[in-house]
Design a binder for this molecule. Structure first.
Ligand SMILES: [Zn+2]
Length: 501
């Protein structure tokens, strides 16, 4: 298999291409950290956007007889018992050679979040690789340098083609990473069309995550490894299915219905197709299917409302990308503090998870308490997105708090979110994927305000709801968002009523 290897002069940055033939039997793919979720929402989409192209490349490489190494590090142990995991785990180990020294300046640092000014703070939930990647029984899943090294020596593998994420973090820093295996004496290449940097998005300075990734790839080409465009090389070798698009339009920033991108006033959305520079992107902002008649993307644009974006790309009337979606939720204006706090009032009804044999006898399930005044449902301080709150109600979804409306109440105000103290415990980041709550305010049977699905570490949702004169009762509801109520600790903080003035 012939590859075009791209390198750069460290001083001038000028690229040079050389052709090299690799024997597939002596070549392996090393696929790093293609998780099903990531702590950065936008990074999650960018990892996902590599998947269709990668799946194709992996299948073609396997056919040619290359060895496929899946190295999902954090989540590898969720694959115990699979042929790939067990074959690697049980492979005979060889002593490592003395590692070579490789001097290299530090790689560009993107700061850890690709979402732009409205940083996501921690979206827990990776527990496998992206489900559209297929691990074959003949593939291998080594999780440390010694295992990867030993299998390569056993099989006579001399060349490793790295792909996956994040280019300047895990591909460098992890024990199975490109740097370590280079030090161990292997010829390592980076597939630049199948990687993504730990990103940066700065719409003011006009830096897209694609630009930033290109910068990191250049750094590799100058100091660390030659890169290849794997799909292009396969195409030249007649091993690529030409017609089928494999790259979704990339949406920055990004969110899904269960974890929308929350923003206070406006955000700048960028759509890109880095591997189809000639593509015409069209998009809609109302959830309808985009077509050639939809708005044409000409550059970053502002969104000021809650929006369901859909995008597609064409070239000469033919689709050249896969469709994409993004979900954005605008936070209402920040509410004032209440004059009367909920915790100082007596609700006319409370109900929570458990069995209620009668309207007067409420039995809470063992993992939840009745609503707690000024503390979380686990009877610790209320905490949302790193901030402690003195006042509020800590409930466990599904929960119903019902209050009588007094004539002097003009507005209901609150911040609402999932309590964050679970992150303090040892395996908290594993549990933190579970909580998800939708908060609703119901006035005399009518839903007058609701949050999107709230996950842990989100910006708290804001309620500032007018109460028309003559209203009788208000129900504050925390639902389990439809996916069960495990760890659904829901906080209403700085919550209560603003009086008529
Ligand atoms: Zn992010």
């Amino acid at each position: 298999m012939e590859f075009n290897l791209q390198r750069r002069d460290p001083q001038s940055g000028v690229a040079s291409i050389s052709r090299e033939n690799l024997d597939p039997r002596q070549t392996a793919l090393v696929i790093v950290d293609m998780w099903n979720w990531h702590w950065c929402k936008t990074s999650t989409q960018r990892v996902g956007s590599l998947v269709p192209r990668m799946a194709e490349v992996v299948a073609r490489s396997r056919e040619m007889g290359m060895t496929i190494f899946w190295c999902p590090s954090d989540v590898a142990d969720n694959y115990v018992g699979t042929p790939a995991y067990e074959a690697a785990f049980n492979a005979p180990k060889r002593p490592l050679p003395a590692l070579r020294k490789i001097e290299c300046p530090p790689a560009p640092d993107g700061g850890g979040c690709t979402c732009g000014p409205e940083r996501c703070q921690g979206n827990y939930g990776w527990d496998a690789m992206n489900p559209d990647l297929r691990v074959a029984d003949t593939d291998l899943m080594p999780n440390d340098l010694e295992t990867l090294y030993s299998i390569c020596r056993e099989r006579g593998i001399t060349h490793l083609i790295y792909m996956g994420v994040h280019t300047q973090v895990c591909l460098l820093g992890k024990s199975i990473g490109l740097l370590n295996l280079s030090k161990a004496g292997f010829s390592c290449l980076l597939a630049r069309d199948l990687t993504d940097a730990h990103g940066m998005y700065d719409p003011v300075k006009k830096i897209t995550p694609d630009d930033f990734t290109a910068r990191v790839v250049e750094h590799f080409e100058k100091y660390l490894a030659a890169t290849i465009n794997f799909a292009e090389d396969l195409r030249r070798a007649g091993r690529w299915q030409q017609a089928r698009p494999v790259d979704p339009v990339r949406v920055t920033p990004w969110g899904v219905p269960a974890r929308p991108h929350l923003f206070p006033k406006e955000i700048t959305v960028t759509l890109t197709t880095p591997w189809q520079p000639q593509a015409e992107i069209h998009y809609t902002l109302d959830g309808s299917e985009p077509g050639l008649a939809s708005a044409r993307y000409t550059g970053p644009f502002q969104i000021r409302e809650t929006t369901h974006l859909r995008a597609m790309a064409w070239q000469n009337g033919e689709p050249v990308c896969l469709p994409s979606e993004g979900f954005f939720a605008r936070l209402p204006e920040a509410p004032p503090m209440p004059d009367i706090h909920l915790a100082d009032l007596t609700p006319v009804r409370v109900a929570g998870p458990g069995h209620s044999p009668s309207s007067s006898d409420h039995r809470y399930s063992p993992v939840s308490s009745p609503p707690q005044k000024d503390r979380s449902n686990r009877q610790a301080g209320l905490r949302l997105r790193g901030q402690d709150y003195q006042r509020g109600m800590g409930v466990h979804a599904p929960n119903h708090l019902v209050y009588q409306v007094k004539p002097e109440y003009a507005r209901f105000v609150a911040l609402a979110g999932v309590d964050e103290r679970i992150l303090e415990i040892n395996n908290g980041s594993n549990l933190a994927k579970y909580p998800s709550v939708v908060f609703k305010v119901i006035l005399d049977g009518r839903c007058v305000a609701a949050s999107p699905v709230m996950k842990i570490s989100e910006v708290p949702w804001r309620f500032n709801v007018p109460i028309p004169p003559g209203s009788r009762q208000i129900s504050l509801v925390a639902t389990d968002a439809g996916d069960g109520n495990r760890e659904d600790l829901a906080n209403w903080v700085n919550a209560g009523f603003v009086g008529r003035r």
